[in-house]
Design a protein around this ligand. Structure first.
Ligand code: 4NP
Length: 158
């Protein structure tokens, strides 16, 4: 199973979501490829935002990342699921989809909790550390259900 989280800058929400899900699957001794990407080129190659690293560390999660990378059309071939944070990410991803199969891979990460409701994970970049904490809580809840669904899906395949 390969999962890609996508946000605008790929330095706050998406690397945090990837770290949270990787951690949850590791705890369950489950191996999956979990990565993240973004749409804005401003931060290409840069490390994850320090406030994101701090909030993850506070919750015992180490975010290892090589640096920001852009979402690409090939990601539709590589990944089974592509989770976005907000409507802009959703539109940007859908605009790059080549066919219905690509489009079906894209969903709002918060739909893991409330399917079809399309709730967003707000951008914390210009916010406070409390905004980063709120983002962490939302992503942690969603990733708990995503981890369960991945394991369920793999068990069904076996
Ligand atoms: P994201 O990070 O949550 O990974 O999309 C961001 C980085 C920069 C900005 C927004 C989000 N920005 O507005 O510059």
């Amino acid at each position: 199973m390969k999962v890609l989280f996508v946000s605008l800058g790929n330095i706050c929400r998406s690397p945090l979501a990837a770290g949270i899900l990787r951690n949850k699957l590791n705890e369950r001794n489950y191996d999956a490829e979990i990565e993240s990407a973004g749409f804005e080129p401003y931060h290409i190659g840069l490390e994850v935002e320090q406030r994101t690293i701090s909030i993850a560390e506070k919750h015992g999660i180490n975010i290892e990342k090589h640096g920001m990378r852009l979402f690409s059309t090939e990601d539709f071939d590589t990944y089974d699921r592509i989770y976005v944070m907000d409507q802009k990410n959703y539109r940007d991803a859908i605009d790059m989809a080549r066919n219905e199969e690509d489009k079906k891979k894209v969903d709002f990460v918060m739909n893991a909790i409330e399917p079809g409701v399309n709730k967003i994970v707000p951008d914390p970049f210009y916010g406070t550390s409390s905004d980063f904490e709120k983002v962490f809580i939302k992503l942690d809840e969603a990733c708990e259900l995503i981890a369960e669904s991945i394991i369920q899906e793999e068990q069904n395949k076996a």
